[in-house]
Write a protein that binds this ligand. Structure first.
Ligand code: DPP
Ligand code: ZN
Length: 859
């Protein structure tokens, strides 16, 4: 497959101001007539041919200006037509089989309904079209089909006409007044019911809202609807963005590759991000729904009104929209807790990506398959980069920058550069050097030391940006750091400062310190860097107990544990060193358990141990077995030392854990954390506690955390409660996904055997992405099982990739990165991982998706 390069961008020689689509719908046979008005693009190099992208299509009929023609040709999968004049009407008929579309790209059948997914390049699987985001058209869509099978017919924009067609058939016509690229096209036809509501915008437009689901799911759409209304209001208040149609539809489908899709006026969602009630969804699920509903809604401006010029600019809409959804969720709930959660995801998913064979800048320079670039780097690091601009500008000036961006580029297909220039000008920042964040991959490593002499404290900073594939040499990046200097005796500081490191090395001096202060740095995680700080563990214990920046407090706790485990894992600690390290952690954790000033949501965050993947990331070459052993060993030791405090917390939280307010949610969170520690200690006691919690649970949050604890233990209650859970929720796909995932992710020594057996369970299928992920992604991120010393875990993931690739290549390719980490794993396992990648690479007919990921991983 060819390499596509950012620098090769050229505008398309033809404009397509209008497209009319006519669908004759059927599950196994849908016929599509499309009519494009095309005009020469005076801004492009003229071309007497038009290339209409296709994927797996054969034209049934081609007409130009009303006449059937036969001088068309195919170039691979694309349709090439000669066009000699300045404007033409091009009509093409295609026919597809939605029920055979297991890739879930284009138009496909799911549970008897028809739906679409067109981002990034799915529209070309429906009809021939210049399927690129810089070709903007207004869409008119007519669809017709059997009324009993498809009583509901939806597309983008407004329904302008509908009627009966005889023979039990009906039709509807939709018109979207806003120009859009093909990736935002959507169509849904099925037997659905709606939760209806409305929202009046600040300028008085009444918008009808509908969330469409299958009969029986309606009662679980309330939270999604509340989240939607909150999103609409928040975007008006925070970014000045108002909705621009009279109708906003959301449809939930159970077979979906992504989380959700922002199609204009017709968002299509994975059911996972719509359906919730307290019996079947956890607090985490509720938060995820709010975040994704917000995310897709916010795309209406950051993505739809202003879209991307080409797919290299993906972070233009995704990085910005992730930042917008993060700020929204922070405003709806706890800002510090949200920040910590976002950083945890960044560091456990994006940092490993940035230090491995698939590292790429947030604005990539080349790709073979764009689906492979919907990554944590483009999304989450992309959001961090824009957040840094906001930190440097301050929120008010940043808003001036975004206002200018929306004003200046509304209706356009824009670039990341357009965004940066708008912020630069609107916010009054110089972002010259800052643009390196768009072009350089890799997580900068920052070394930090604080010296003290006389009354002066001097902060020494140096940065190093590691080499990444294709980028051996790096330039220093501007790194904005929020810092504070604490007086160790008063426990206070005299105000936070922002320092921006722009050189490879620099010193910053601060006067007026009679005593050596304690440094709190990268407060709020102001820059997405990894920090190596020379700091005593007493100072970390101090910060973990006293820092007034909640993130910094969390970070001190993490550093304390990471620092200790790193030494313990490397074997460089003697008995005294182990005792001293553990004692410091015990002291800090105990302070967290006791601190009455902390709310439980925050306490729960502070209790969470650094993940194995984050720990592995700290080492050049990691031994997963040693990491697992030391991390679990520390947990078990803490469970023993702080057993009565943890039990008391579990008990106290159990008495206040009902309800949906922050206090109850916090109680459920610390309850789950307390149980996780206790389960590492005395197994019988933990099993009794967890079983009792499971049996008494009035909500999924508590039931799930109890089952997670039990699933990791070799106790009789394990099988009993797993069976109960399955019987209780049989038929509810989203909850059965949890049942698979809990077992695949468990700490149980036989987790790998359990996954093998579950693959043969009648409820398991490779055809549903949620189900595949619930078993195999959960397994691939379960280090002790995936990294089984004999390589069996690697073989299972390779087998999965090979089996799934012909069915759903986009989802199959997502399983390559866990194997791609091989260079950072100890040599014995590394060899076994590499061998599996070689085996995949040697398979015939590999998809472009999987082929690209495997060859980059081996390269
Ligand atoms: N639907 C995906 C998202 O919203 C891709 N745009 O991020
Ligand atoms: Zn998005």
């Amino acid at each position: 497959p060819p390499l596509i390069r950012r620098e090769d961008y050229t505008p398309f020689p033809w404009l397509v101001p209008e497209i009319a689509l006519d669908f004759d719908l059927g599950l196994d046979r849908t016929r599509i007539r499309s009519a494009l008005t095309v005009q020469r693009n005076s801004a492009a190099v003229p071309n007497d041919m038009i290339r209409l992208n296709g994927d797996g299509l054969t034209p049934v009929e081609v007409k130009v200006d009303g006449e059937a023609i036969n001088d068309w040709s195919m170039d691979d999968a694309d349709l090439m037509l000669p066009l000699r004049g300045d404007s033409h009407l091009v009509e093409v008929i295609t026919e597809i089989d939605p029920s055979a579309n297991s890739q879930l790209m284009g138009l496909y059948a799911s549970n008897g309904m028809l739906c679409t997914q067109c981002e990034a390049e799915g529209f070309r699987r429906i009809t021939f079209f210049p399927d690129r985001p810089d070709v903007l058209s207004t869409y008119r869509v007519r669809m017709e089909g059997p009324k009993d099978q498809f009583p509901v017919l939806l597309s983008n924009g407004n329904c302008v006409a509908e009627g009966e067609a005889g023979n039990g058939r009906h039709w509807a016509e939709w018109h979207d007044p806003w120009r859009k690229p093909s990736y935002l096209f959507a169509l849904v036809a099925g037997d659905l019911v709606a939760n209806r509501d409305s929202f009046t915008t600040r300028s008085g437009r009444k918008v009808d809202l509908a969330i469409w689901v299958r009969e029986g799911d309606l009662e679980r759409t309330g939270h999604a609807m509340e989240s939607l209304k909150n999103s609409m209001k928040w975007d008006e208040e925070t970014f000045g963005r108002e909705y621009d149609l009279d109708l906003f539809n959301i449809v939930a489908v159970s077979d979906f590759n992504m989380g959700a899709m922002e199609n204009k006026g017709l968002n299509i969602f994975n059911t996972k991000y719509v359906l919730a009630d307290t019996e079947t969804a956890t607090d985490g699920d509720y938060d995820a729904i709010e975040g994704v509903i917000g995310h897709e809604y916010f795309h209406n401006w950051s993505g739809n009104r202003i879209t991307c010029r080409d797919w290299f600019q993906l972070s233009l809409k995704e990085g910005f929209t992730v930042l917008r959804d993060q700020l929204f969720s922070a405003d709806m709930g706890s800002e510090p807790v949200k920040r910590i959660e976002d950083v945890r995801i960044l560091r456990s998913v994006q940092f490993p990506e940035d230090s491995g064979p698939l590292a790429h800048p947030i604005r990539p320079d080349s790709y073979r398959e764009i689906s492979n670039f919907y990554t944590a780097t483009v999304y989450n690091k992309g959001a961090e980069v824009i957040r840094m601009m906001r930190t440097m500008a301050g929120p008010e000036a940043f808003r001036k920058g975004t206002d200018l961006y929306f004003d200046r580029h509304d209706g356009e297909a824009a670039t990341c550069e357009d965004f940066v220039s708008s912020i630069e000008e609107g916010a009054g920042l110089d972002l010259g050097q800052f643009r390196l964040w768009y072009s350089q991959a890799g997580t900068p490593k920052l070394s930090v030391r604080l010296d003290h002499a006389g009354e002066t404290a001097t902060l020494h900073l140096s940065q190093q940006v590691p080499a990444t594939p294709g980028q051996a040499e790096k330039k220093p990046m501007p790194i904005p750091l929020r810092i504070a200097l604490f007086d160790p005796e008063t426990g206070r500081h005299d105000g936070e400062k922002l320092v921006v490191l722009t050189e490879a090395e620099a010193n910053f001096s601060f006067d007026g310190f009679a005593r050596k202060p304690i440094l709190s740095i990268n407060r709020g995680f102001s820059a997405p860097v990894s920090i190596d700080r020379r700091i005593d563990s007493e100072d970390l214990v101090f910060l973990a107990a006293n820092d007034d920046d909640p993130f910094a407090r969390y970070e001190a706790m993490q550093d304390l544990v990471v620092g200790h485990l790193r030494e313990a894992i490397s074997g460089s600690l003697d008995q005294a060193g182990i005792s001293a390290g553990r004692a410091a952690i015990r002291k800090a954790l105990s302070a967290i358990l006791q601190d009455d000033a902390l709310d439980d949501l925050m306490r729960g965050e502070l209790m969470i141990m650094p993940s194995q993947s984050y720990l592995a990331e700290q080492m050049l070459v990691a031994d997963p077995a040693a990491i697992h052993r030391e991390r679990e060993g520390l947990k078990a030791w803490l469970a023993g030392e702080l057993g009565s405090e943890l039990l008391a917390l579990h008990d106290r939280a159990g008495s206040v854990s009902a309800g949906s307010d922050a206090a109850a949610r916090g109680a459920r969170k610390v309850r789950g954390q307390a149980l996780a520690y206790l389960a590492a200690g005395d197994a019988d006691r933990a099993a009794r506690l967890a079983s009792a919690q499971y049996d008494a649970a009035a909500n999924m949050t508590e039931r799930q955390s109890a089952l997670v604890a039990l699933a990791g233990l070799e106790v009789p209650q394990r099988a009993e409660r797993l069976k109960d859970f399955y019987d209780r929720y049989r038929g509810n796909a989203l909850v059965i996904d949890k049942w698979f995932a809990i077992q695949a992710q468990s700490l149980h020594p036989d987790a790998l055997q359990h996954v093998k057996a579950l693959a043969d369970h009648p409820d398991f299928t490779l055809r549903n992405p949620n189900r595949v992920r619930s078993l195999y992604m959960a397994f691939a991120v379960n280090p002790h099982a995936f990294h089984a010393a004999d390589g069996e875990g690697y073989r299972m993931i390779a087998d999965l990739i090979l089996a799934l690739d012909p069915i759903n290549p986009q989802t199959a390719a997502r399983f390559v990165p866990p194997l791609g980490r091989w260079r950072r794993i100890e040599p014995g396992r590394a060899e076994l991982m590499r061998a599996q990648l070689e085996r995949i690479a040697a398979a015939p007919n590999l998809s472009r998706d999987t082929h690209e990921q495997v060859s980059r991983s081996l390269g």
